[in-house]
Ligand binder design. Structure first.
Ligand SMILES: NC(=O)C1=CN([C@@H]2O[C@H](COP(=O)(O)OP(=O)(O)OC[C@H]3O[C@@H](n4cnc5c(N)ncnc54)[C@H](OP(=O)(O)O)[C@@H]3O)[C@@H](O)[C@H]2O)[C@@H](O)CC1
Ligand SMILES: [K+]
Length: 537
C-alpha cells in the first residue's frame, strides 16, 4: 500500500528530513533531478521547455533544467522575472546556476511568443505552482496554462499540476492537464480524486531520501492507496467443498411501493458476488414486482403502511430472517419513516454482520439527530457493521450542511469522526465519491477508483449488495474489514469498466454492472493471485 499524506503532514516530513540532515536545498536538488530523470525516461526529448514559477516549485524546475542541459537537451526556462530578481534565496540560487550551465531564459513572454516556443517543445515541465498554490490562478500563469494545454508537447507536472489543489483535488479555472505528475515525498489526496483524477496523468512518487518512508509513516498517513497484491488476504473463498448455505446467506431488507427497484438490484448483486443464498424482504405491495424479477431469490412480503413503506411491525419477521443469515443489508429503496427507523434500529441491535446503505443511512441520521458521532452507542456492536454513505449522506450523518463534504479530504475527516467516536474495530465507513475511502479505526484504505460510468442510478445499491455478499462469505475469516470493503469497491469499479466496454461509457445502467460482477471478481482475483501471470498483464 502507498501512504497518502495531507499537505500539512508533507511539510512536517520536510522539516523532519532537515532535522536528520537533509537540507531544503538538498531536497530541491533531488526533486529537480527526479523530475529530469522522468523526462529522460520518456526517450527522445531534445527540446525541453520549463515553465517556472516564483516559489520552490519553480526552484525544482530550474534544477531540472540544469540537469537536462547537462544531458545535452536544448532547454529554455520561461520565468515571470529575471533569475536575479526571484524573491526566494533558494529559487534564485538554482536559477542562477542553471543560467551559468547554459539554460536559455525567456522572461515574461507574450502569449504568441510562448505559443511559438511550446510549438518546438517535445516536453514541457510544469513548475509554476506547487503545494503553495491557493485561490484562483493569477497572471501570467493563467495564460501560460492555457498555452501549455493547447500545445502538443508532452506535459510533466512537478509535484502537482499547476492550478490543482493537492489537498482537495479541486482545480482552479486554469489548471494544467498533465501526462505525468512527479510528486515529491508521498501521494497527496488531491491527486487521487475529483479533478485530480483527470489532470495528473500517470503519477510517480519521488521519495527524495532514504529516511522518507519511515518519516512518512511517522506522520500517520491520512490514507493508504492499495495495490492489487494487498488484497490477497481479502479474496473470497474458492473451494469445491461447499453447498449453497456454506457460501454465505444474505438478507436484503429494502424497497417500498414507490421504489422497488433498488432492493431488487441489491439482491441480484449479492447473488452475483457469490453468496449461495439470498432473500429479499420488502413491503407487501413491492413483493410481487420483486418476485417477478427475481426467479432464484425468494421474496418475503412485510407489513406496510398506506404509502407502501415498512411499519414497525416488520421488525419481528426481519429479525427472525436476520438470525438465519450470515449478513444483512438494510436500506436500498426503504424510505425514511417511523417504521423503517424501527427496523434499522432493531437490526443494529442484533449480533449479525450488517451493511447499512441509502435510506438505511438516512434512518440512522434521523435516529441520531444528524449527529452520529455524538451517539456512538447506537452503532456500537459486536458484529461487523459497514455503512456506505456518499458525500451527501455522510454530511447528513455528521451534521454538516448540504455540500459540507466536498472532497476526499472531507470524506476522510467525516468518516474518522464516526469511527473514532465508535472506537470499535467492527465498524467500517465506506465514504463514496470520485475516490472512495474505506475507513476503520485502524486505517483508511483507498481502492482504485472506477470509471465515471459508475456514476449512475442504482450503482450504489449494487455495491451495497456486493458488500453484504462478501461479508457473508468471509464471516468466519479474520480479515481487515477496511481491506475487505476496499476489495469489494475494486471489483465494483472493474465491473463498471467492463460494463462501459460492453455498453459504451455513457450508456451503463446498474443492471449492466450486475451482469459482469462475476467476471469482474474472477479477473480481479486472478490479477491479485498471479500479478505476473497471463491474467495480470
Ligand atoms: N515539501 C517538500 O519536501 C519539498 C517541496 N518542494 C517543492 O516546493 C513546492 C512548494 O513550494 P512553495 O511553498 O514555495 O510554494 P509554490 O508551490 O512554489 O508556490 C508559491 C508561489 O506561488 C505563488 N502563488 C500562490 N498562489 C498563487 C496563485 N493563485 N496565482 C499565482 N501565484 C500564486 C506564490 O506567490 P505569493 O502568494 O507568495 O504572492 C509563490 O510565489 C512543492 O510543491 C515542491 O515542488 C521541493 O523543492 C523539495 C521538497
Ligand atoms: K506544478
Amino acid at each position: 500500500m502507498q501512504p497518502v499524506l495531507n499537505i500539512d503532514d508533507v511539510k512536517r516530513v520536510e522539516v523532519a528530513l532537515t532535522r536528520e540532515g537533509v537540507s531544503v536545498s538538498e531536497l530541491m536538488h533531488r526533486a529537480g533531478l527526479a523530475a529530469a530523470q522522468e523526462v529522460l525516461e520518456l526517450g527522445e526529448m531534445d527540446n525541453v521547455v520549463v515553465l517556472a514559477g516564483m516559489g520552490n516549485n519553480g526552484g525544482d524546475g530550474w534544477v531540472a533544467a540544469e540537469a537536462l542541459r547537462a544531458q545535452g537537451a536544448n532547454v529554455t526556462v520561461v520565468s515571470p522575472v529575471e533569475p536575479d530578481a526571484l524573491p526566494g534565496d533558494l529559487p534564485r540560487q538554482v536559477a542562477q546556476s542553471a543560467v551559468r550551465a547554459g539554460a536559455s531564459v525567456l522572461v515574461g513572454p507574450s502569449r504568441d511568443e510562448l505559443d511559438d516556443l511550446l510549438a518546438t517543445a517535445d516536453v514541457a515541465l510544469d513548475c509554476m505552482l506547487g503545494t503553495g498554490f491557493h485561490g484562483e490562478v493569477r497572471a501570467p500563469f493563467d495564460i501560460w496554462i492555457e498555452c501549455l494545454n493547447a500545445s502538443t508537447a508532452r506535459v510533466v507536472s512537478v509535484d502537482v499540476p499547476s492550478g490543482l489543489s493537492a489537498q482537495t483535488g479541486l482545480a482552479a479555472e486554469a489548471c494544467v492537464v498533465a501526462d505525468m505528475t512527479v510528486t515529491m515525498l508521498a501521494l497527496k489526496p488531491g491527486l487521487l480524486t475529483d479533478d485530480g483524477r483527470d489532470v495528473c496523468g500517470a503519477i510517480v512518487v519521488a521519495p527524495l531520501a532514504e529516511q522518507t518512508d519511515r518519516l512518512v509513516v511517522d506522520e500517520d498517513p491520512v490514507a493508504w492507496r492499495t495495490d492489487l497484491a494487498d488484497y490477497l488476504e481479502a479474496l473470497l473463498p474458492r473451494t469445491s467443498a461447499v453447498d449453497k448455505f456454506s457460501r454465505g446467506s444474505v438478507l436484503v431488507v429494502g424497497g417500498s411501493r414507490r421504489y422497488p427497484g433498488a432492493a431488487i438490484m441489491a439482491a441480484l448483486a449479492a447473488a452475483r458476488m457469490g453468496a449461495g443464498y439470498v432473500t429479499l424482504a420488502t413491503p407487501a405491495s413491492a413483493a410481487a414486482v420483486a418476485q417477478a424479477h427475481l426467479l432464484e431469490i425468494p421474496v418475503v412480503p412485510l407489513p406496510e403502511d398506506a404509502d407502501g413503506t415498512l411499519t414497525a411491525d416488520a421488525r419481528d419477521v426481519v429479525c427472525k430472517l436476520a438470525e438465519r443469515s450470515s449478513a444483512v443489508l438494510v436500506g436500498p429503496g426503504l424510505r425514511v419513516s417511523g417504521g423503517t427507523c424501527a427496523v434499522v434500529s432493531a437490526l443494529l441491535g442484533m449480533d449479525v454482520p450488517l451493511v447499512v446503505d441509502a435510506d438505511g443511512l438516512n434512518c440512522l441520521a434521523r435516529l441520531t439527530n444528524g449527529a452520529l458521532p455524538q451517539y456512538p452507542e447506537i452503532i456500537r456492536r459486536s458484529a461487523p457493521l459497514v455503512i456506505t454513505p456518499h458525500r451527501g449522506e455522510l454530511a447528513r450523518l455528521v451534521g454538516r450542511p448540504a455540500g459540507g463534504v466536498s472532497s476526499l479530504s472531507d470524506q476522510l475527516d467525516a468518516a474518522r469522526d464516526i469511527v473514532w467516536a465508535d472506537g470499535g474495530s467492527e465498524l467500517v465507513v465506506v465514504g463514496k465519491g470520485t475516490a472512495t475511502c474505506c475507513v476503520s479505526v485502524e486505517r483508511a484504505v483507498l481502492p482504485k477508483p472506477g470509471p465515471a460510468a459508475l456514476a449512475t442510478a442504482g450503482s450504489g445499491d449494487v455495491l451495497a449488495g456486493m458488500m453484504a455478499s462478501a461479508i457473508a462469505q468471509r464471516s468466519e475469516a479474520d480479515v481487515d474489514p477496511a481491506l475487505l470493503a476496499a476489495y469489494v469497491c475494486e471489483v465494483h469499479a472493474y465491473a463498471g469498466t467492463l460494463a462501459a466496454e460492453r455498453r459504451g461509457s455513457r450508456a451503463v445502467m446498474a443492471s449492466d454492472i450486475i451482469d459482469v460482477v462475476g467476471v469482474a471478481s474472477d479477473a480481479v482475483d486472478a490479477h491479485v493471485a498471479y500479478p505476473d501471470g497471463p491474467a495480470g498483464e
